[in-house]
Design a protein. Structure first.
Length: 143
């Protein structure tokens, strides 16, 4: 009975934490990432449009998040929204004309480039960069 109660408490806590966690996307051309929840805090770094984040805490209009490298920072809620986006996690990712390795390579990008996801086809994602370049990438190359 004691093990059952411990398991039940764990499941309740895990479900509550999962419900609070949220993946969002930067929607402005540039967003300042700050060291704390307010504009008086230092700017740690800047990110570009379509940068995906994973919210871990909310404090008023500020979101504490982690990114694809597990770096943490704060961003104002007016700079993000719920949108399907990804960021390259490998060096030299090929962006193709269609969903498959048999399709032409349109361009190549380095690690850390964010994209909006237009649609999904199996393990392939049709993506768009903030500069409007489009193509397809395999989901194993992104976060």
């Amino acid at each position: 009975m004691k093990r059952f109660l411990i398991l039940l408490i764990f499941l309740i806590f895990f479900n509550a934490a999962a419900a609070m966690a949220e993946r969002l996307t930067v929607i402005k051309p540039v967003a300042n990432i700050r060291s704390g929840p307010g504009s008086k805090y230092d700017i740690l770094w800047k990110v570009e449009k379509y940068y995906p984040i994973f919210v871990i805490e909310k404090k008023g209009p500020w979101y504490h998040f982690k990114d694809f490298e597990d770096d943490k920072g704060w961003v104002h809620k007016s700079l993000v929204k719920k949108m399907d986006s990804v960021i390259t996690k490998k060096d030299m990712c090929n962006i193709r004309s269609g969903p498959g390795t048999g399709n032409k390579i349109l361009f190549t990008v380095e690690r850390g480039i964010p994209f909006k996801v237009i649609k999904r086809r199996g393990h392939w994602l049709h993506i768009e960069h903030a500069d409007k370049d489009k193509g397809w990438i395999h989901d194993s190359l992104v976060w």
